[in-house]
Design a protein around this ligand. Structure first.
Ligand code: NAD
Length: 352
């Protein structure tokens, strides 16, 4: 097989391990930051306060207002606060929503972000930003929004409810799946995808059995790191495009939407993505990775249909139109009718 690829490594600094939250002040100091804004969502405010206190005189303020899909008004208010405080950097504590708000500040004001992820979403490993205005989510790439340091502390993921642990893990697996068949896939990224997906499907059942199992939490976070790095290095395809439209337009919950949609898109793409299916087969120990993910999600109690997530059947056409309005990458051509059919299967919760 002839191989041609371009691989451009993203700069990444990772501090990994139980208790590594204590390393945040050292990371901030090493970056020479002296007036840091600590960002979180409302549910992570206690950890944000802990980080704020640990930063001492290097902490300038705290902002616990992060929300899913980064509403433009929330981002504008955060930028205003950062500017008024004279902040020279941010520490974003939380899931993709908190890190997304940190990225919005980085994009607007050029401030470096230290990320402390508490879910498996992977945003901390990507130069991808998102902003939602009037129900329309725009995303783009900008190297300035890539966090300059990422502190992974599995202890911070223990508080994730079981359902979020599972769906967030599936969100990460989706990055691996689409990275494996991306038009700009490359050998090292594919290795990360395979190992990331393997780690997550191994760890998630153990996490569901015992959410306090720190070894399982660390294994899941190791997988999330790799899958996030895959997302940061490759072009997203139909699956991510569908989930962005469903989340940005209908406000469906991000990680649960990924969990429901992924087996449908993978089953559709599988005949056109043999190397990806082979890699996932090795990672999962199966020759049908779409069915495997479907069964795993079901056995771990994840939501099984877009209907269950609150989507109205009548919204299918709107989403199919939004997804196909502009071109996107995908190994298998998928026009408007195909996308609508995939959405109908995912809405019903029936894997072909
Ligand atoms: P989230 O950050 O919205 O968190 C979901 C909920 O869980 C929130 O209420 C949050 O406060 C809570 N939570 C988070 N961590 C917790 C913990 N450890 N314990 C208890 N509760 C916790 O969810 P997410 O799935 O991490 O992120 C979704 C957002 O991130 C979306 O807007 C998505 O588009 C974005 N995202 C962006 C990228 C990127 O590369 N730009 C990648 C993945 C996700």
């Amino acid at each position: 097989m002839s191989r041609e690829f371009i691989y451009s490594a993203l700069p990444m600094r990772v501090v990994f391990g139980a208790g590594s939250l204590r390393q945040v002040p050292a990371e901030v100091a090493a970056l020479g930051l002296s007036r840091v804004l600590v960002i979180s969502g409302p549910r992570q405010e206690a950890v944000a306060k802990q980080v704020f206190a640990s930063l001492g005189s290097r902490a300038a303020g705290i902002l616990p207002t992060a929300r899913e899909h980064v509403p433009a008004a929330t981002a504008a208010a955060a930028c205003e606060l950062a500017a008024s405080l004279g902040a020279d950097g941010c520490v974003a504590v939380g899931g993709g929503s908190s890190i997304g708000l940190g990225k919005a500040i980085a994009k607007e004001l050029g401030l470096p972000v230290v990320a402390v992820p508490t879910t498996y979403a992977g945003s901390e490993m990507t130069p991808v930003w998102g902003l939602t205005t009037d129900g329309v989510k725009r995303t783009g790439r900008d190297p300035r929004v890539l966090p300059v340091s990422v502190v992974y502390d599995p202890e911070l993921t223990v508080s994730m409810p079981t359902e979020l642990s599972v769906t967030s893990g599936f969100n990460a697996i989706a990055h691996a799946v689409e990275g494996l068949y991306a038009p700009d896939a490359s050998p090292i990224v594919s290795l990360m995808a395979e190992e990331g997906a393997r780690a997550l499907v191994t760890a998630l059942p153990a996490v569901v059995r015992d959410g306090h199992d720190l070894d399982a939490r660390a294994e899941a976070q190791h997988g999330a790191w790799l899958c996030g790095a895959v997302l940061g290095a490759t072009t997203m395809s139909l699956h991510h495009k569908l989930c962005h439209a469903l989340g940005g337009t209908l406000g469906l919950p991000h990680s649960a939407t990924h969990t429901v949609v992924l087996p449908h898109v993978l089953a559709f793409n599988a005949p056109f993505a043999a190397p990806a299916v082979a890699a996932l087969g090795r990672a999962f120990g199966t020759d049908d990775p779409a069915r495997y993910l479907w069964d795993l999600a079901d056995s771990l109690g994840a939501p099984g249909s877009l209907c269950e997530l609150g989507m109205a059947f009548t919204d299918i056409d709107r989403i199919a139109d939004a997804v196909t309005a502009s071109p996107y990458a995908n190994p298998r051509p998928a026009g408007r009718e195909v996308v609508a059919a995939l959405l109908r299967s995912a809405w019903e919760g029936a894997l072909g």
